[in-house]
Each structure stands twice: as structure tokens, then as C-alpha cells.
Design a protein around this ligand. Structure first.
Ligand code: FES
Ligand code: FES
Length: 169
């Protein structure tokens, strides 16, 4: 009689964009795959799957992390924020999202969720970044469409608005 394979999955509980959710993960399952396939949060994109492109960036307890370099089990009991949580309950876009829209800072949009989550974290810690600092921070993300200038423009604009408390532009 064939031996049954042991079920090594673990239950993982997270607070995803303010909501308590749970799912099952094998010990080696990546957080990016857990979010997308187990919790259905497909806003987080997966590009290189080895930490280079930044498309999979989410915030784990407030820190921007590459979800393709994080195991789902490492997120157990923690708070995760993804691009789906940026807009308000009423669907109103965040300051950063509006700046991206105004400045045409995306084309295919594949890299955008990760860039937004990195910028959300960065701007919460660096309220007055220079353009050079923003360029340096954005160098951790790969975008194949925009040439980056519109992304930089949107980031500079959002930083100024957030700094001045102008949230409804
Ligand atoms: S998919 Fe994670 S860094 Fe590229
Ligand atoms: S908008 Fe297409 S990869 Fe960045």
C-alpha cells in the first residue's frame, strides 16, 4: 500500500490591510505566493523572484520587504500591507497613487505596486527627501516601461504634498 505523504502545511494568520486572514503554507512557501495564491491578494506582483526587481514589495509590520525573499511562515501573526490597502474604504486613492496617476508614472503597471509600497514606507520615514535621495531609493526597483522620470516626478510631488499636509490634491 502506498504511504500517505505527511501534510507539512501550517496555518498562517496575518492581518492583511487591516483584516485578519488565514491560510495554509508549506514551510518553504514564499510570502508572495501565499498572498497571491492562498489569500487571493494578486495586487502584489512577482517578477524576478530573487530579490532584484522589487515588484513583489509589501510592508511587513511597516517595513518594506521583498515578499519573494520572505517565507510565509515568517509572516505568521504579523501585519502585512499591500497595494490593495492603499486606497481608502470609499475607493479614494492615496496621495501617492494620485501623484502617480497625474504624472503618468505607470504604463503597464507591473512594477507599480512594489514601487508604491516602497515609497509609502520611505516617505513615512523621510518626510523631506531630496530628488537625489528619491532616485537612489527608486534604484531598488526595475521598471521596463517608463524610463523612470515620471516615477521620480510623482514621488517628488507626493513627498511635497505629504510634507505640507496637502492630502486632497
Ligand atoms: S519578484 Fe521579488 S524582487 Fe523581483
Ligand atoms: S510601468 Fe511597466 S514595468 Fe513599470
Amino acid at each position: 500500500m502506498p504511504r500517505m505523504k505527511a501534510d507539512t502545511r501550517r496555518k498562517i494568520r496575518v492581518t492583511l490591510n487591516g483584516r485578519t486572514m488565514s491560510g495554509y503554507a508549506e514551510p518553504r512557501l514564499l510570502l508572495s505566493d501565499f498572498l497571491r495564491h492562498e489569500l487571493g491578494a494578486t495586487g502584489t506582483h512577482v517578477g524576478c523572484e530573487h530579490g532584484v526587481c522589487g515588484a513583489c514589495t509589501v510592508r511587513l509590520d511597516g517595513d518594506a520587504v521583498r515578499s519573494c525573499l520572505t517565507l510565509a511562515v515568517q509572516a505568521d501573526g504579523r501585519k502585512i500591507d499591500t497595494v490593495e490597502g492603499l486606497a481608502g474604504e470609499d475607493g479614494a486613492l492615496s496621495v501617492l497613487q494620485k501623484a502617480f496617476r497625474r504624472n503618468h508614472a505607470l504604463q503597464c503597471g507591473f512594477c507599480t505596486p512594489g514601487i508604491l509600497m516602497s515609497l509609502e514606507d520611505y516617505l513615512s520615514r523621510h518626510p523631506k527627501p531630496s530628488e537625489r535621495e528619491l532616485r537612489e531609493m527608486l534604484s531598488g526597483h526595475l521598471c521596463r516601461c517608463t524610463g523612470y522620470s515620471t516615477i521620480v516626478r510623482a514621488a517628488v510631488e507626493a513627498a511635497k504634498q505629504l510634507e505640507s499636509g496637502q492630502h486632497d490634491v
